[in-house]
Ligand binder design. Structure first.
Ligand code: IPM
Ligand code: MG
Length: 355
């Protein structure tokens, strides 16, 4: 029996609630595929920080490295200063585990209605590969003369050839097994230095991957096309900041942030990936049991796919689609439908689904 060690970091707010449903579904699917998933919970997040001052202790990081995957819920607690959990846990995990690829599918699933009137499932199926460590997210910059009229703040986008090349390479590899099309989003007409490096990397790799069709779109125009012509895109490569923004837009177009999953991966190392819904901790609805667990459940599917359990991953996705296709009437008998009820429904479908 194949066995995987999975670290579970529910985090703050609705994080633990949605991750519980994710684990419920993964457990059912694992049984069907004769896999053993060993879940170990870790308590990280705002509550622990406020209590102990700890963010991501080295000892925890070392233990996480020993796992096959990490399931994240969400981080964010009122009372914790802005940026502390983001830099201290979320970005620290991505950097210290060298998770340089952030994979974000932007796909309209059957059973979901896009808020954009004529977007149908066949028109919207892409993945965004977001560079996850560098660019503006690298954190370079500083403040001089703070609090004086002469104050200067710089926030620099740092792009290394090494970092961009390894991300874009994954993009080409993914394009080869998808529809064979890769688009780079950037703002090369204004951000000339970073833009030049990104363009040269894409052009160089385009020669190596001659079976992939390459395109470039300015990030502002990309916002337009994502809404008006989503079929234009198959695999997108972009930097951390543009990728952050465009994937929220992608989530909106494909039915909302509650449905969207994300995977931070380190394909060239042995480090575990992190799998999470892209939504935040939503403290306003925490503890009410009404958060939508679908984004988290789909993140569990991305996790299985990354572990090489492709059929099991497919089963998670198909079970989710089956539940989404039950339609609003069934799901909204109570409004919004309870977190656990959706998890139970997906788990029940997964129990009897034939692929
Ligand atoms: C995301 C989030 C994070 C990011 C924040 C919380 C640091 O917005 O995963 O998209 O900007 O990457
Ligand atoms: Mg974001």
């Amino acid at each position: 029996m194949k066995s995987y060690d999975i670290a579970v970091l529910g985090g703050d707010g609705i994080g633990p609630e949605v991750v519980a449903e994710e684990c419920k579904v993964l457990a059912v699917v694992a049984t069907r595929f004769n896999l053993r998933l060993n879940f170990t919970e870790y308590n990280l997040g705002g509550e622990r920080f406020l209590r102990t001052g700890e963010l991501l202790p080295e000892s925890v990081l070392t233990e996480l490295r020993g796992h096959d995957a990490i399931l994240l819920g969400a981080l964010g607690t009122p009372g914790v200063p802005v940026g502390v959990l983001e830099r201290g846990i979320i970005l620290a995990l991505r950097t210290r585990l060298d998770q340089y690829v952030n994979v974000r599918p932007v796909r309209l699933l059957p059973g979901v209605t896009s808020p954009v009137a004529d977007i149908t499932t066949d028109r919207c199926d892409m993945i965004v590969l977001r560079e996850n460590i560098e660019g503006l997210y690298g954190g370079a910059g500083g403040i001089s003369y703070r609090g004086t009229p002469a104050e200067v703040a710089t926030q620099e986008s740092v792009n290394t050839y090494f970092g961009v090349e390894r991300l874009v390479r994954v993009g080409f590899e993914r394009a080869q097994v998808r529809d064979g099309r890769l688009t780079m989003f950037h703002k090369t007409n204004v951000l000339g230095y970073a833009g030049s490096l990104w363009t040269r990397v894409v052009d160089e790799l385009a020669e190596e991957f001659s079976d992939v069709q390459v395109d470039y779109v300015n990030i502002d125009a990309a916002c337009l096309y994502l809404v008006t012509q989503p079929e234009r895109f198959d695999v997108i490569v972009t930097d951390s900041m543009f990728g952050d923004i465009i994937t929220d837009l992608g989530a909106a177009v494909t039915g909302g942030i509650g449905l969207a999953p994300s995977a931070s991966l380190s394909p060239s190392s042995e480090m575990p990936g992190s799998f999470e819904p892209i939504h935040g901790s939503a403290p306003d609805i925490a503890g009410k049991g009404i958060a939508n667990p679908i984004g988290a459940i789909l993140a569990g599917g991305l996790c299985l796919a990354d572990l090489g359990e492709v059929e099991a991953a497919q089963m998670v996705e198909e079970a989710v689609v089956a539940v989404l296709s039950l339609g609003e009437e069934t799901l909204n008998q109570t409004e919004p439908p309870p977190t656990a009820e959706i998890g139970d429904l997906v788990a029940a479908v997964a129990e009897r689904l034939e692929l």
